[in-house]
Design a protein around this ligand. Structure first.
Ligand code: ADP
Ligand code: MG
Length: 372
């Protein structure tokens, strides 16, 4: 995705006020009626329609007149709001090249005032499901979790909270620097995705380090759930950094053992195929259920001492609540299950039940100076 931030320079205060008004309106409307945008933005000298046309020209908004005249944010519009807020806070001053494209994220380099280069991850969670349910329901009586803004923001918040907590406990993860909306700023990892590496000087050491991280995570009450060669970075000294945390679960999750085994198996499989490593099968007799599933018999989920506990305190300190986690987890699981049938009514119903407590009265919305 192209991110032409030059446009940022040409946007006025009124442009951002109207863009923010659309964002607020989207808490209750998929397409925000023009009159509502005008009412929320309350431009001093009027002219909301002209501003909307300008934002549309720069592809920051999408116009929809199928049921009534209205607008919604595009990903680019949401990106701009987050970037503008971060720039205003002095987190970074420039956006550079794109360094990664994930299924549900885009990653760019950004530079701080003193020239330090950081990584900016823009979450795009809900992209697929949003499309699937788009035509089915417009006015969102309840602020619904299938709203991609909400989901992407939750993913960013979760990623930030976990990265910070893991860093505090000495895990090799990027340094979490800041988050806003669907955007996370973190240190730039020097090195390459492990998937690109064809040879290692010390494959055994690297293997042990990686498996050691999976075990230590479980001891701290956590499972990565997407622990594979795409989410491990390695540098020239063969130092490992783990990335990508929105899907992490607690060891008390009902499918914890399956997720844990899957993470372990991914690593075994990769080392076997890529580095021709062979592993002795030794199944832990104490745990029949692990038989044949996990090549590393000693790596039985049930035999890991998880008494170090979930990093609850650290996560709560980052503003990430249990309810946020339930919402995002339900979405991720729902998305996996409905991957082949993403247009089902079931999908819509599950999504619309989520987060009902957060219903918002649109008429009381108005912008403060801080919002823009
Ligand atoms: P996704 O959730 O979409 O898979 P990831 O967090 O795995 O996103 O990032 C996708 C890619 O972006 C990674 O494989 C890596 O190449 C790059 N990347 C992500 N974070 C960083 C970082 N902090 N430093 C350097 N590269 C990164
Ligand atoms: Mg990834």
């Amino acid at each position: 995705m192209k991110l032409d931030v030059d446009v940022l320079r040409y946007l006025s205060k009124d442009d951002f006020r109207v863009l923010t008004a659309v964002e607020l309106g989207m808490r209750n409307h998929e397409i925000v009626p023009i009159e509502l945008i005008d009412r929320i933005a309350r431009l001093k000298h009027g002219g909301t329609y002209k501003v909307l046309k300008n934002l549309l020209k720069h592809k920051l908004l999408h116009h929809d007149s199928s049921k009534y005249d209205g607008f919604r944010l595009t990903y680019l519009g949401y990106d701009f709001l987050a970037i503008k807020t971060m720039v205003n806070k002095g987190v970074f001053v420039a956006v550079g090249r794109q360094i990664g494209v994930g299924k549900e994220s885009d990653i760019f380099e950004v530079a701080t005032e003193d020239g330090t280069v950081l990584a900016m991850k823009l979450h795009r969670l809900g992209r697929v499901s949003f499309r699937a349910v788009k035509s089915k329901r417009d006015y969102l009586r309840h602020r619904s979790s299938y709203n991609w803004l909400y989901l992407s923001r939750l993913a960013a918040l979760k990623e930030f909270a976990f990265m910070k907590a893991l860093e505090t406990h000495g895990f090799p993860v990027p340094q979490a620097i800041e988050h806003n909306r669907h955007c996370v700023i973190m240190s730039l990892v020097q090195g390459y995705p492990f998937v690109q590496v064809k040879q290692l000087q010390n494959p055994e050491t690297v293997f042990e380090t990686i498996i050691g991280i999976i075990i230590r995570l479980a001891e701290h009450g956590l499972i990565h759930c997407d622990f594979n060669e795409f989410n491990i970075m390695i540098d020239d000294e063969e130092k490992i950094t783990v990335i990508d945390f929105p899907q992490m679960v607690s060891v008390s999750h009902r499918n914890a053992k399956m997720y844990f085994d899957r993470d372990v198996e991914c690593i075994f499989k990769f080392f076997r195929k890529r580095f021709n490593m062979s592993f002795q099968e030794s199944i832990d007799d104490n745990d029949d259920s692990d038989k044949g599933k996990n090549e590393a018999g000693k790596l039985c989920f049930s035999s890991i001492d998880k008494s170090a506990g979930v990093l609850d305190k650290e996560l709560a300190a980052s503003g990430f609540s249990k309810k946020d986690d339930e919402d995002i987890q339900r979405f991720i699981e729902c998305e996996v299950e409905t991957d082949t049938n993403s247009d089902s009514e079931e999908d819509v119903d599950l999504a619309s039940n989520l987060n009902e407590a957060d219903d918002l009265n649109v008429d009381s919305l108005h912008l403060s100076e801080q919002d823009c």
